[in-house]
Design a protein around this ligand. Structure first.
Ligand code: CMP
Length: 159
């Protein structure tokens, strides 16, 4: 099992509604480790690079306008299979279809105002993390002892 890192953005709707702390807690409760975090406004050119794969979609303009419309909380989370685990905690894109218990299922109704962005693959995570964080933004390499009760360690590897 390999530790992965993934990018999460707590979007402007969630920050404006005062849910940033409770959303962050969902990830911490699960055992994902916070390895970098920033409260920021996303610049328009960064938003366009982030959502480049949606450039041809009719909602591209609305998407970039929304993500740049107010402060967001940008997180880097670490854990075994962190990308997939985080996507599952976040839930389906459309809030009113998202499973109760997921963040979108518990906090929202909308498709566009869907509270959280989470990278959809390890390759996307690597690309997206590099848009928002430099190597020096991350916590110093933590000792695996901080995962002592999150995973069983066999041969020094978390499982
Ligand atoms: P996110 O995970 O940030 O990645 C792409 C985003 O596009 C997605 O969340 C939705 O918020 C947004 N999105 C997807 N479909 C639509 C749509 N039809 N109209 C507006 N926004 C959309």
């Amino acid at each position: 099992m390999k530790l992965e890192r993934t990018l999460v953005i707590i979007k402007p709707d969630a920050v404006a509604r005062g849910h940033a702390g409770r959303i962050l807690s969902r990830f911490e409760d699960k055992g994902l480790r916070l390895v970098a975090m920033r409260l920021a406004d996303i610049a328009p050119d960064t938003a366009e690079r982030h959502y480049a794969e949606h450039r041809a979609k009719p909602f591209f303009g609305q998407l970039t306008a929304f993500i740049t419309s107010g402060p967001v909380v940008i997180l880097a989370l670490e854990g075994v299979e962190a990308v997939a685990v985080t996507r599952k905690l976040v839930g389906a894109t459309l809030g009113r279809n998202a499973e109760p218990g997921s963040i979108r299922g518990d906090f929202g109704m909308s498709q566009a105002f869907n509270l959280v962005h989470a990278s959809d693959s390890p390759a996307s995570a690597e690309r997206e993390l590099s848009l928002y964080f430099q190597p020096g933004d991350y916590i110093r390499e933590a000792d695996s002892g901080s995962y002592r009760w999150n995973y069983e360690f066999a041969d020094g590897k978390p499982n």
